[in-house]
Every structure is written in structure tokens, then in C-alpha cells.
Design a protein around this ligand. Structure first.
Ligand code: ZN
Ligand code: ZN
Length: 788
């Protein structure tokens, strides 16, 4: 793209142009747009030496690529695999991870031509990218007279193509979890040679295997290990991960194995980068009277401006946003405001693109021909796209890990680069605006999963029995006692039958077909358009009642529908098309029954003051009794009245719970809005929890009671995993409640709003539609708890 300013000079110009735009004059406020600039120093590459050289054909291929030395982490990986270890490779995007496992895999196959390896990728884009890289190697090896075969095996192949892949006896098979589930384990008899010779299982991007999806994968990998054992193979695992707080714990939980060697010393060099925290301007009293609430400019508009500005400065820029809708909206806004010439080389990257379109963008990026891309987090994973001059992260992407994955895309050749985090109105973004250095000092979150989730384990045990009957000793090799107990329960329920001490799946059908690796329930409701009679979508509990109760407005592919009725017997939701600019939000009451005697700890917050934190299971009863219907963009704060349903819809389910029992109310002294303050505190904890454990905001729910009769009328807050049976999220916060409370206090203290806003005590997920939520009250409660 020709000459561009070095990053420090660019930032100086941006400061001049943007700082001081707002006019908010609340105590302690800054009107600066570039709130913080952190210089991330350059890091030189470090290289290592292998104890014994690679086979000549591999060394020659490396040399042709201009690679004369291997990075330290690549050397460590190769040595550890040669010695028979399982490894977890925890290094940045574009650090040459692929080479760390391709070299030892190819080395093994060159020595033992029958050896096989299985590569598992969470997305098809990654699989295609890696296959292209691998084929480059294999073509060169073929010229050297070595015939190594690699194929992809995914849902896009027809039955004949799949058969052809199996017949071709691949050395390396690239696939995804779904096909491991539906083919390699379910139909292991179709893969005897491949499984018998299986030496390596490479699981790429393991940090994506968390929560419900991760819990499924943990079972799937155990099933895979078990069928391998049947054919006498004991493959080594190579797990690749982005930087997370608990790589060792994650890979052990995922695979059920314990002897992993963690390789995290990233030897790849990095140039200087500048990380900017960017605050959209806030204006007070522009339009209305002096007491009006401050108005903050939309962070999406702000991002488009910045993107255009960077583009003008000849910075090739990649802009990440959380949702496809946002990426597309920003691209459109950019298009409307720019000339055709300016838009040349600007594009949008998201899931759902055709393969050619995606590859064209990836190649354009790699060659440096693309001027700018609006992307969803699809490009956060390791697809090889080279580096860019700048990365904009539009809104905190949900985890520290994602921040660094996305920031890792900045930096090309020997030039410096810039990263921008444009803050949205969410509490976490606001927290980082007020505490910018925390973004650089916080430990990355932990990735959690729960192999003991009963709903998930139950389905996999059935699949396992169908694959090969098991007995108790068999299960003990893979599972904790609770899962073994569950197998006994399945026997009692006649889901499994006992034949000479072995558990058998009694049906002729295939339990694999009923299992979806991405959800915890098998119950799905079809959404039927009554005017066409066609099914337009599927919805599952728990969203069923909150999003498709009678009267709800349901949006599908940009069209709006009104829910007419819900047929629970037929598992159907009937909707009719209705053109409207309104949306509905359900209102519900939540009650919780925790199982007796949960694990409990006392947290002393300050001398003489403590609260009790409990961790256990329990029943969550949610009663959706009505909804509010309001324009999509509400112009004032007056809420519409609640429309009551003819009869309430009750969802009753078992979850993992975290319970906070606060000190007795009278200790707090006079707090005028105590109950609504507690409600605000509940929202703050809910909104900030993803800073501690890696999860989506929708993965957790909450409720609170200012005077819980089960706890001597003490105030109680409950947090729970929203997936039935639990995914390990709230339990992962058991030890970190103090941190969460501190985060909540700091957020509520520094929020600019007067009476509470979505950046602090209000929550988009509030079941009571943010009725009775007090910022002042939340602040006073936290002040009492945390300061003497
Ligand atoms: Zn606020
Ligand atoms: Zn609420």
C-alpha cells in the first residue's frame, strides 16, 4: 500500500484530531478519545536446535521455504513428541504452530509409511487452510519419491466422496468434531487400518472447546481414545490453544489424560505495536435541558470513522466485531459514506461466505492487497492471513484471549502496527475505560467445561455403548465416579441393558443421530410459518419460553413474525408474518431451590465482615408471565406496560449454582434503595463474570432476593449456568467472588450515568426488564462490603 506514517506519528495526529471532542463534565471525567496508549515492545525471535536432524526430504523442503532455523517452541514440540509425550502448544496466532506438529507427524510417516494422524479443526475454513498448506509439503515430498496422502473429511463431501477418502487410505485425515462423532467413532469398523495405525491426534484451537461444546468434545475424545484402544492404538495428543489462564487443566479435562507437556515459550518474534483504548465522545445537554442524561456516540459509528481514517493513512486495517450483523452494518455505513475509489479493497469477512469468496479474501490479505476488512471473530482463529498494519476491535470481544488473538493479527514484516479497542456501552468495556492498564495486566480467563453434566454425559454413554459395550472397569479408565453412577442409572431406566456384566445399547437405531455437539438438550421445537406452512427455524429450551411465548415478536433472516401459539405436545411454535418495528421482551419470576449442604466458604471482605459463598446444584424455576412490546429504538425512558400471558409458562430445570449470602440487612445501616441496589449488584456480577471465566453473557443467569426466607431474611444473590445441568462457568467463579465484587465496585463508581445505565447496573438479560434497579443502592451496598 505504499508509504505510511510510523505508528507513533499516526497516533499523534489522531490525538490532535480526536481528543477533547466530548463535553461531559462529570467528576473525574476525561474528554479524551485516546484514553490510553500502551506500547507493546518488540520481541526478538528465539531459535533452537534439534537434538537429531529431520529427515533430508523435510530439511530440504524447509530450506526451500527460506526456513533455516526453527523457533524454540517448534523445537520443544518436536522433541517432546519424539519422546512420546502429549503436548499442549500455547502460543500466539501466526507463530508457526502448524510447523510444530506437521514436521514431527511427517517425520513419523516418512519412517513408518503406514502411520496415520488425525487433525481435528473446529471450523471448515481452518481445515481448508491447513489442507492447502499440508498439500504444498506433500507435493514436494512426492517429487522426492515419498507418497504421503492427506484428505479432508467433512460434511460437505457426498457419500461417494467419503467412501473414496476411506479407500484411499489417508495418512493424514483432516476433519471436524461432528465427523469424528458421526463417522470415526460411530462407524469405527469402516476405519480399522486408519485407527490401528493412529499415532497422533492433533486438536487445533482447543480454547474453542469450552462450556457446552467443550463438555461434548471431552466425551467425544474419550470415545475416540476408546475405539483407538480397541484397535490397539494409543495415539499421542497435540492440542493447540490460544493464550488462556488454564491450558493444562483444559487439555486434561478435554482428553482425560494427565501427562501433557505444556509448551508456551513463544519463540516467534514480534514487532513493536501500540495498543490504543478508544472512547467514543459523550455529550451533555446538547438537545434537552441541563439535567439530561449524557449521550454517548454509538461505538459502531465511531469505529467506521476510525476505519476510514486509518484507510486514508494507508494502514491496511482489519476490524473485528462480535456479530455478523455489526460487521455488515459497519461495512454498509462505510460504503455509503465513501467514494467507490475509497472502497476499493475494502470487504467483509464472515461465516457463511462461499468457499471461493473466503479464500479470495484470505489470499488478498496474505498478499497485502486488501485495504481493509470488516470481520466477525471468524478471522480470530488461526487461518493464515499474514499481518495487517492496524486492527480495530469494535467493542470488547468477550474475553482477554480474544483481545490478544485479534490484536495478534496486527504487525506485518518489519513494520510497527497499531491496535484499537473501541469501547462499547457494556460494563466490561466501561471497566477498561476507567482502568485501562487492567487490560494489559489481567491474567487471561480460564476455559471451563463440565464432563459431569448429566444431560451431556447421558447422550455420550448411549453412543459409547452402541460403539462397543462397556463394563465398569472400562468406564473407570475414562470417567469420574459420577459418570459411572449415571451409567448405572441408565441401566435402571432400561436405556441400556446388562449382558454378562457389559452395558449394551438395546435399540436398533443410532443414538448418534440424535446428539448435537453444540447444545445440551435433545429437545427442539420447530418454528412454523402458518401462512406458508413451512418450518423456518428451530428453537430449544431455555430460550423457547423467553423468546417464543405467545405474542412474542420473532425475527428470522430480517423478517418479523408474531408468535400465535406454542404447542408443547407437537414441539411446534406457530408464527405468522407481521411487519413491525417493535420488539418484545419477556418478563419472568425466577425462584431457586438449592440442594441442601452445598460446598461453602466464608469470604472475609474486611475485618468483622464476611459473606458466605456456596457452590452446588439446584432447581431453577422460571415463570414467564408476560412481556413488554416496545419500538426497537426507544426514544424515552418510559416503559410500556406488561402484557400478561393467558397462563404463565414455567420452566423447571437443574443447574449448577453459585450462591452469595450477604450479611444481615440491618448491618448495612440506612440504604434507601436496598432491594433495587441488590438487583443492580446482581446485574453487575452477571455482566462482569465473563472477565473471570471465558463464557458468553448468555451462558449465565442470575436472580436475587433482598430478604430470603430460607436464609434468615438475609440478602441472597444466585448466579447459575443457563444450560441445563451446567457447563462449569459459575462454579469456576467460586474462588473468585472477591475479585468480582471489586470489579463491580470499580465499574459502578466510574460509570458516567446519573441513575444507572446498561454500562453499569442495567442488564439486557434482566428477566424483570430492569424494573427497580438502583445504581445508588448498588454502589452503597458495595461500598459497605468493601470499604471500612
Ligand atoms: Zn451507568
Ligand atoms: Zn434483573
Amino acid at each position: 500500500m505504499g508509504f505510511r506514517l510510523p505508528a507513533p506519528e499516526l497516533l499523534k495526529e489522531l490525538k490532535n484530531a480526536y481528543n477533547g471532542r466530548g463535553n461531559a463534565r462529570l467528576a473525574g471525567d476525561t474528554n479524551d478519545t485516546l484514553v490510553h496508549i500502551e506500547k507493546l515492545p518488540a520481541r526478538p525471535a528465539t531459535f533452537g536446535e534439534l537434538s537429531s536432524p529431520l529427515p533430508p526430504s523435510l530439511s530440504a523442503a524447509l530450506e526451500r521455504r527460506g526456513i533455516r532455523q526453527l523457533y524454540t517452541h517448534q523445537v520443544e514440540s518436536i522433541e517432546a513428541l519424539r519422546q512420546g509425550h502429549n503436548i499442549a502448544l500455547v502460543t500466539a496466532t501466526a507463530s508457526g504452530k502448524t510447523l510444530s506438529f506437521n514436521l514431527p507427524v511427517l517425520e513419523t510417516i516418512l519412517k513408518e509409511p503406514d502411520a496415520t494422524a488425525l487433525y481435528i479443526f473446529p471450523t471448515n475454513a481452518l481445515m481448508n487452510d491447513q489442507l492447502a498448506t499440508l498439500n504444498g509439503w506433500l507435493d514436494e515430498l512426492e517429487e522426492a519419491g515419498k507418497n504421503i496422502r492427506a484428505f479432508k473429511y467433512n460434511g460437505g463431501l457426498g457419500d461417494d466422496e467419503k467412501k473414496a477418502v476411506r479407500r484411499a487410505r489417508p495418512n493424514i485425515l483432516l476433519t471436524n468434531p461432528e465427523l469424528v462423532h458421526l463417522s470415526l467413532t460411530a462407524w469405527h469398523k469402516a476405519w480399522p487400518e486408519f485407527l490401528k495405525n493412529l499415532r497422533y491426534i492433533v486438536v487445533d484451537e482447543v480454547h474453542t472447546y469450552r462450556g457446552v461444546f467443550g463438555s461434548h468434545i471431552a466425551h467425544l475424545l474419550r470415545r475416540l481414545r476408546r475405539v483407538c484402544a480397541l484397535y490397539g492404538a494409543k495415539p499421542q495428543f497435540v492440542c493447540c490453544s490460544a493464550t488462556i489462564g488454564n491450558p493444562a487443566e483444559l487439555v486434561e479435562k478435554l482428553t482425560g489424560l494427565e501427562d501433557f507437556k505444556i509448551i508456551s515459550n513463544d519463540g516467534a518474534g514480534k514487532n513493536e505495536r501500540y495498543f490504543v483504548i478508544w472512547q467514543p465522545p459523550t455529550f451533555v445537554g446538547e438537545t434537552a435541558n441541563a439535567t439530561a442524561e449524557p449521550v454517548t456516540r454509538s461505538y459502531l459509528e465511531e469505529t467506521v470513522d476510525l476505519f476510514k481514517m486509518l484507510n486514508g493513512y494507508k494502514y491496511s486495517t482489519l476490524c473485528f466485531s462480535r456479530l455478523r450483523r455489526y460487521a455488515e452494518t459497519m461495512y454498509r455505513m462505510c460504503q455509503e459514506q465513501s467514494s467507490t475509489r475509497q472502497m476499493q479493497g475494502v470487504t467483509v469477512y464472515r461465516a457463511g461466505l462461499r468457499n471461493e469468496e473466503r479464500v479470495a479474501i484470505e489470499t488478498g490479505l496474505k498478499k497485502g492487497e486488501v485495504g481493509g476488512v470488516f470481520s466477525t471473530n471468524a478471522l480470530e482463529l488461526g487461518v493464515d492471513i499474514g499481518g495487517l498494519d492496524a486492527v480495530i476491535i469494535a467493542g470488547y470481544p468477550g474475553s482477554q484471549m480474544a483481545v490478544w488473538q485479534q490484536a495478534g493479527r496486527a504487525g506485518r514484516g518489519d513494520k510497527d502496527a497499531a491496535v484499537f479497542l473501541v469501547a462499547s456501552q457494556n460494563p466490561i468495556d466501561q471497566y477498561f475505560l476507567a482502568n485501562p492498564t487492567a487490560l494489559f495486566n489481567r491474567q487471561p480467563e480460564s476455559a471451563l467445561l463440565n464432563v459431569e453434566n448429566e444431560n451431556i454425559a447421558r447422550q455420550h454413554l448411549l453412543c459409547m455403548a452402541k460403539e462397543l459395550p462397556f463394563n465398569r472397569a472400562d468406564l473407570q479408565k475414562y470417567y469420574p465416579e459420577s459418570v459411572i453412577k449415571l451409567a448405572e442409572k441408565l441401566l435402571a431406566e432400561k436405556e441400556l441393558v446388562n449382558r454378562r456384566g457389559y452395558c449394551l445399547y438395546p435399540g436398533e437405531d443410532n443414538p448418534h443421530a440424535r446428539l448435537s455437539l453444540r447444545t445440551s438438550t435433545t429437545r427442539k421445537f420447530g418454528i412454523v410459518n402458518t401462512s406458508s406452512g413451512r418450518e423456518i427455524g428451530l428453537i430449544e429450551p431455555p430460550n423457547l419460553y423467553t423468546e417464543t411465548h405467545p405474542g412474542a415478536i420473532y425475527t428470522h433472516a430480517g423478517e418479523t413474525f408474531r408468535v400465535e401459539r406454542l404447542d408443547e405436545r407437537a414441539n411446534k411454535v406457530y408464527v405468522r408474518p407481521e411487519v413491525t418495528t417493535h420488539s418484545t421482551s419477556s418478563v419472568a419470576r425466577t425462584t431457586i431451590k438449592m440442594e441442601p449442604n452445598p460446598e461453602e466458604r466464608t469470604v472475609t471482605l474486611r475485618p468483622g465482615l464476611s459473606l458466605k459463598v456456596g457452590r452446588g446444584r439446584g432447581e431453577v424455576v422460571e415463570q414467564v408471565y408476560g412481556y413488554r412490546e416496545e419500538p426497537l429504538f426507544r426514544r424515552n425512558s418510559r416503559r410500556a406496560d406488561v402484557v400478561n400471558l393467558d397462563y404463565p409458562l414455567t420452566i423447571q430445570s437443574h443447574h449448577e449454582l453459585l450462591r452469595l449470602v450477604l450479611p444481615p440487612r440491618e448491618k448495612f445501616g440506612m440504604i434507601a434503595a436496598f432491594d433495587s441496589g441488590l438487583h443492580g449488584l446482581e446485574h453487575l456480577l452477571l455482566g462482569l463474570l465473563p472477565l473471570e471465566v471465558m463464557c458468553d453473557p448468555t451462558d449465565i443467569g442470575s436472580t436475587s432476593d433482598g430478604a430470603d426466607i430460607l436464609h434468615n431474611a438475609q440478602p441472597v444473590i444466585y448466579l447459575f449456568d443457563s444450560c441445563e445441568g451446567g457447563a462449569g462457568f459459575v462454579h469456576g467463579c467460586y474462588e473468585r467472588v472477591e475479585d468480582l465484587l471489586q470489579l463491580a465496585y470499580s465499574t459502578v463508581k466510574s460509570c458516567r450515568c446519573a441513575a444507572g445505565c446498561p454500562a453499569c447496573v442495567q442488564s439486557a438479560r434482566c428477566r424483570e426488564a430492569n424494573d427497580k434497579v438502583s445504581k445508588q443502592g448498588a454502589r452503597q451496598i458495595l461500598q459497605f462490603l468493601l470499604t471500612a
